[in-house]
Write a protein that binds this ligand. Structure first.
Ligand code: NAP
Ligand code: MG
Length: 402
């Protein structure tokens, strides 16, 4: 079979630890035998980030803006222990944070459903995609612990020096204060990313805040979403046969639990942080969760939602056998190939992406799976395989499909 040709390179962001090992295996076993792979390669492994003073992360984000589609391996976000382990010059920032800031993007996370893995919420027969606003609120807070007897105020000085102030509290006892903010343009980008993604997936979009209590702050989110929807998206949603639905966050939570899935749930930054972990867990496994960062200008970066699986990597280094789940990383590649294929009008590449996903799901549904799924799967005939064994089993099916 002749290899499938690409026209525009993918931006390839390599990463760390076990996922770096898996990254290479996926390329060797599932990609390069079938595709004449074109990538612009950036090594975001922690050693190379340290060598380049993290410039490589910034360069990879710029390349993503230039080419439009990137695929990223999981990377270490340094902490104190990593400073010593890798002898770092600085505690470099989270690459995901850097890339997200550069692309002004919104992250969409979707579970991969397979027969045999039953969600904790049995009615969830379709995936729920969580869209998390990635700017502001408590993640950019300013906070203070204060003694008794003082007064806390919210003060805003406008560009002409006019001051508006509101009393937060006259503190009779000691206490705590927190200042939060968000920006209209960031909220608007978030809204557009969500509306565009809903149109891409042809799924309803839900959005929820606590606007009854937060009559200015959360209400602003609600208003911006509604204004943008009415002026830019209402007709497109009607044509696609999908809905935009706003409700209170508590009502949303109750409806989500009772739903069958199959929609996108847009969340403010903190809600998205918490709810995405809840949804991922309820669907069964973080290793079965894909993630895509979409910028308002239509740039896409695909990755797995899990980390670098450090514990398995240390086993691998000792020469022990590992059974690490590669599904989310495979789907990061397939998502990127499909998008590249759509943008460059390469039906063969789109077909390859579809087959790669089908072959992966088929493998698990045939009972061949890694240890994490093996312990959860309700299938009667199942076999636990090692990291490489799983990829080879996917390849057998992929070969047959292509
Ligand atoms: P993790 O890599 O997600 O792994 C936590 C645990 O979850 C693993 O020990 C494993 O459980 C299970 N697990 C996760 N992914 C799995 C997979 N693909 N197959 C099988 N089991 C899987 O999180 P972490 O160990 O807390 O973090 C390790 C590093 O990842 C950290 O340095 C962190 O900064 C980084 N991180 C990166 C990203 C990213 O780049 N997007 C996201 C999160 C974390 P068992 O050990 O019980 O088998
Ligand atoms: Mg979280």
């Amino acid at each position: 079979m002749a290899k499938i040709q690409m026209t525009t390179p993918l931006v390839e962001m390599d990463g760390d630890e076990m996922t770096r090992v898996i990254w290479k295996m996926i390329k060797d076993i599932l990609i390069e035998p079938y595709i004449d792979l074109k990538t612009e390669y950036y090594d975001l492994g922690l050693e190379h980030r340290n060598e380049t003073d993290d410039q490589v992360t910034i360069d990879s984000a710029e390349a993503t803006k230039k080419y439009g589609v990137a695929v990223k391996c999981a990377t270490i976000t340094p902490n104190a222990a990593r400073m010593t382990e890798y002898n770092l010059k600085e505690m470099w920032k989270s690459p995901n944070g850097t890339i997200r800031a550069a692309l002004d993007g919104t992250v969409f996370r979707t579970p991969i459903l397979v027969k045999g893995i039953v969600p904790y919420i049995p009615t969830w027969t379709k995936p729920i995609t969580i869209a998390r606003h990635a700017y502001g609120d408590v993640y950019k807070n300013v906070e203070m612990q204060v003694p008794a007897g003082g007064k806390a105020e919210l003060v805003y000085t406008d560009k002409d020096g006019n001051v508006s102030r509101e009393t937060i509290l006259d503190f009779k006892t000691s206490g705590i204060i927190q200042g939060l903010h968000n920006k209209d343009d960031s909220i608007a980008s978030f809204a557009r990313a969500c509306f565009n993604y809903a149109l891409d997936l042809k799924q309803d979009l839900w959005f929820a805040t606590k606007d009854t209590i937060s009559k200015k702050y959360d209400h602003r989110f609600k208003d911006i979403f509604q204004e943008i929807f009415d002026s830019e998206y209402k007709e497109k949603f009607d044509e696609a046969g999908i809905e935009y639905f706003y409700t209170l966050i508590d009502d949303a939570v109750a409806r989500v639990i009772r739903s069958e899935g199959g929609y996108i749930w847009a969340c403010k930054n903190y809600d998205g942080d918490v709810m995405s972990d809840m949804v991922a867990t309820a669907y069964g496994s973080l290793a079965m969760m894909t993630s895509v960062l979409v910028s308002p200008s239509g740039v896409y970066e695909y990755e797995a939602a899990h980390g670098t699986v450090q514990r398995h990597y240390y086993k691998y280094l000792k020469g022990e056998s590992t059974s690490t789940n590669s599904v989310a990383t495979i789907f990061a590649w397939s998502g990127a190939f499909r998008k590249r294929g759509e943008l460059d009008n390469l039906p063969e590449l789109v077909k390859y992406a579809d087959c790669l996903e089908k072959a992966t799901i088929q493998t698990i549904e045939d009972g061949v799976m890694t240890g994490d799924l093996y312990s959860m799967s309700k299938l009667e005939n199942k076999t636990k395989v090692d990291t490489e064994g799983f990829l080879k089993a996917v390849d057998e099916r992929l070969k047959a499909m292509l």
